[in-house]
Design a protein around this ligand. Structure first.
Ligand SMILES: [Zn+2]
Length: 332
């Protein structure tokens, strides 16, 4: 089931208080989305499907138009998540690393709802939670943008569910920044912030030697919780390459959402490479299996067989396994 912003805030609080983290996969194709939902269903876990600007404008979704991309991505995810097969699987749609001049246009549309038929304003789909890429923004610009998103939700008499970030790749964020940036948004628009993503030593990408500062996670988590007077979990960016022990330490220290992109892409692309290497004979024009091998379903089924268990393993490492039934019962 695709969660609303309010249901998503409950889920993030539940993860923070219950010391587990929800896996957030940056899924960049319809097949990757299906595989992630399948892994969540098999492990009875909640899952976050997140998308960045490069997916929204990419060939599988918006073809250069991020709003069209968001409409296609979110509509597909809503139909899939609300289908009989996944009705008991809590699914969050999160916007990740949205940046550039169209940031506010994209995120405002995500809050106000995207018409599923772009010429019919009635039927709309909504994002569950939002974040934006602050790497090219000053602290003031970051605060202003987050406050604008809060105002947009308030104009609908609603609360957005926001993840705020600061200097993710720039080492450990000093606590004074948590007070100055995160605290400023909470003071002006109480109740919208749900996750805090400061720098905790990790790096985006696949560099060897990625590491994490668990003490910094705990201090930031406690400080953010104190500022908001409600449980605020940390969102961990740049988790690729971390050991299972490091991930579990991060969860115990207060991480509620773990983003996963580079490693997931590496697994999927390596499997695609292997598929074409091992099926070159079937891909010759007179082979009896040419069609079933050449069609997208052949490749995607091959990838799914090994990718889904990897996603399931990651969910289990983060403590998300079997957390869906109790959460769904809480909603009813
Ligand atoms: Zn990130």
């Amino acid at each position: 089931m695709l969660l609303t912003a309010n249901q998503t805030r409950l889920l993030y609080e539940r993860a923070t208080v219950g010391h587990f983290a929800i896996l957030a996969v940056n899924a960049d194709s319809p097949a990757a989305v299906v595989d992630c939902l399948e892994a969540a269903k098999q492990t009875q876990a909640p899952i976050i499907i997140e998308t960045s600007l490069w997916q929204l404008t990419g060939r599988s979704f918006g073809l250069g138009d991020p709003i069209l991309g968001l409409a296609r991505y979110l509509t597909d995810l809503a139909v899939l998540s609300n289908s009989e097969r996944y009705k008991n699987t809590p699914v969050v749609f999160h916007t990740d690393h949205i940046k550039g001049p169209e940031t506010l246009a994209i995120l405002t549309a995500a809050i106000n709802g995207i018409p599923t038929n772009l010429s019919d304003q009635e039927q709309r789909v909504f994002a569950s939670s939002l974040s934006l890429d602050s790497s090219e923004l000053s602290a003031e610009e970051n605060i202003e943008m987050m406050c604008t998103l809060c105002s947009t939700a308030e104009a609908r008499s609603e609360k957005a569910t926001l993840e705020m970030e600061a200097g993710v790749d720039k080492g450990v964020t000093p606590p004074s920044e948590t007070k100055g940036i995160f605290g400023a948004v909470e003071e002006r628009h109480p109740g919208h912030l749900a996750l805090w993503a400061p720098g905790v030593g990790t790096q985006h990408g696949l560099d060897d030697g990625n590491h994490i500062d668990s003490d910094a996670i705990q201090k930031h988590q406690e400080l953010a919780t104190e500022i908001c007077s409600r449980p605020i979990g940390l969102a961990l960016h740049g988790s690729s390459g971390l050991s299972n022990d490091a991930l579990q330490a991060a969860v115990q220290a207060g991480t509620a959402k773990v983003n996963w992109s580079s490693e997931s892409l590496l697994i999927r692309s390596s499997l695609a490479k292997r598929y074409f290497e091992t099926h070159s004979e079937q891909l010759s024009r007179n082979h009896p299996d040419f069609k079933s091998t050449a069609m997208d379903n052949g490749l995607q089924s091959f990838i799914a067989e090994q990718y889904i268990p990897k996603v399931g393993e990651r969910i289990e490492i983060l403590g998300g396994k079997s957390k869906a039934p109790a959460f769904m019962a809480q909603l009813n």
